[in-house]
Design a protein around this ligand. Structure first.
Ligand SMILES: [Zn+2]
Length: 74
């Protein structure tokens, strides 16, 4: 069902507000970014799936964070 597509966006905005939307934009950029491979050191690591990252150079695939390959441990 594809009626009232705009309604979803409106509801989304009302619920989360500008701050979180900004953060989501940052997350989206992080998802698209390329990261350094922990195995070969070449900046060619891209997100394959959520939490799964793969190096385009050596093919090394590893589990990482949902949005960045490195999870900050706190
Ligand atoms: Zn690699």
């Amino acid at each position: 069902m594809r009626k009232k597509v705009g309604n979803t966006v409106k509801r989304f905005g009302a619920r989360y507000g500008a701050t979180l939307r900004k953060r989501l934009l940052e997350i989206e950029q992080q998802q698209k970014a390329t990261y350094e491979c922990p195995k070969c050191g070449v900046v060619a690591v891209k997100r394959k799936f959520i939490g799964v990252w793969s190096c385009g150079k050596c093919g090394y695939t590893f589990a990482g964070g949902a949005y960045t390959p490195y999870v900050s441990k706190k």
